[in-house]
Design a protein around this ligand. Structure first.
Ligand code: TPP
Length: 419
């Protein structure tokens, strides 16, 4: 019954199904509530347990009641039974004045955007970065890396250049505004830890979002409204910096980022074609406006972070992060393709692909459209970059886990084209 224990946000034991208006009203009400609970901050799973009478055969005689018997008024047709509105946490502009003044005075400020989904947040946070001359480090899953708001203030190659100790030390910030969940990039997390003494302000509707324990302040507010309120405060503030031109701080980040991106491009040019990281560099050039890019866990999401350059074309980035499991990735991506406004591309490793191969049936049954780029390195490539790689005795069997499978017949079995 409570199979998932306390790991779900809510558990509901449903009634035995019956063909009555009351039962349908109950089921629909629970469905609306469950969806609202699952989507509310912090979004997460809800468990609904459906009991059935044995022997699980539909009772042929019991016809469903007419829709009018269930829907209270004609006006309600098409609308959810229970509309659940959650008012965003709007910050008080007056209360933000000291923070706005502090940010205005800071000459070495930074904005770090981790995974988040709030609509219209990207353009507002990019405006805040411009206004403050704070470089904005955009994790792809923050949805800030690509879109019409893009400008040089949006930094996308930090994962590469923050690996360099000297650079990470030299670019010491005074204050960091952090939005979204923890970024994918380990060098960025280490950078935030290295500079844990500076003020790091976590901003989000709820929760802590700080596994590295480096935040000095937590501000519970809706990220977009917070940015808008800060922008309002900054613009009306008399304490504008004397020279309101891009400070050298932002310039240093931008030049470093450009050099890193150019070096990555040069290096990719020397790799065999196609290469695993090269796939992301090419997709950055190829994907049309409004496309969705779903990256599998393990190396794909990391290579996405390192090699997908930002730009003005909007691309929606998706993953199935959770606890970084390699399970369920195909199913999650196909589910996303069913509602994606633009074409969806899934980039996935072979072990992850193998793990959820059954999920391909959904593509066939529901005629879903998606392109799957299968990065077939015959096993878990990620472990070659980890300390396990130094253990030649056990590495292949326990970590590399090569399987020697050719996936063409699997694709053919599901009626998919394979190139
Ligand atoms: C469900 C689950 N089982 C095992 C792991 C441990 N694990 C992490 S990465 C990885 C290898 C994934 O291989 P692949 O999908 O081919 O991607 P690559 O490492 O080659 O990029 C494994 C087994 C996991 N994260 N989730």
């Amino acid at each position: 019954t409570r199979l998932y224990g306390p790991h779900v946000k809510e558990f509901v034991e449903m009634m035995l199904p019956e063909a009555s208006a009351e039962a349908i009203r109950y089921a629909r009400t629970i469905a609306c509530r469950a969806a609202a609970t699952a989507r509310s901050d912090a979004a997460g799973p809800v468990h609904i347990n459906f009991p059935f009478r044995e022997p699980l055969i539909p009772a042929a005689a019991a016809a469903l009641p007419a829709r009018d018997a269930v829907v209270p008024t004609a006006d309600d047709r098409g609308a959810p039974y229970v509309r659940v509105e959650q008012a965003p946490r709007r910050p008080d502009p007056a209360g933000l004045a000291p923070l706005a003044a502090e940010l205005r005075a800071a000459t070495k400020g930074l904005i770090v955007c981790g995974p988040q989904d709030a609509p219209r947040f990207p353009e507002v946070v990019a405006r805040l970065a411009e206004e403050l001359h704070f470089p904005l480090l955009a994790d792809p899953l923050s949805q800030v890396r690509c879109g019409p708001h893009h400008s040089p203030i949006v930094i996308d190659s930090y994962d590469a250049f923050l690996r360099d100790e000297e650079t990470a030390q030299a670019l010491a910030p005074e204050v960091v505004l952090r939005f979204g969940a923890a970024p994918v990039s380990k060098p960025l997390m280490l950078y935030l830890q290295r500079h844990a003494r500076c003020r790091q302000i976590m901003i989000g509707n709820s929760g802590w979002g700080d596994p590295g324990l480096t935040a000095s302040d937590v501000l519970h507010a809706h990220p977009r409204f917070l940015c808008e309120a800060l922008l309002g405060g900054l613009r009306s503030s008399a304490r504008r910096r004397a020279a309101d031109t891009p400070s050298d701080w932002a310039g240093r980040w931008q030049r470093t980022a450009q050099r890193a991106r150019a070096a990555l491009r040069r290096r990719l040019g020397q790799e065999p074609d196609p290469s695993e990281p090269g796939v992301f560099a090419e997709l950055a050039d190829l994907l049309p406006e409004g496309a969705a890019l779903f990256a599998g866990n393990s190396m794909p999401v990391r290579d996405l972070d390192t090699f997908f350059a930002g730009g003005p074309r909007f691309v929606r980035f998706l993953t199935n992060r959770g606890a970084s499991g390699i399970d369920g990735v195909i199913s999650a991506a196909l589910g996303a393709s069913a509602v994606s406004a633009g074409p969806l591309v899934l980039v996935i490793g072979d072990l992850s692909f193998y793990h959820d191969m059954n999920g391909l049936l959904a593509a066939r049954r529901l005629s879903l459209q998606a392109t799957i780029v299968l990065l077939h390195n015959d096993g878990g490539g990620i472990f070659s970059f980890l300390p396990q790689a130094d253990d030649p005795e056990h590495f292949e069997e326990l970590f590399g886990a090569p399987h020697g499978l050719d996936f063409r017949p699997a694709a053919e079995m599901y009626g998919l084209s394979y190139h």
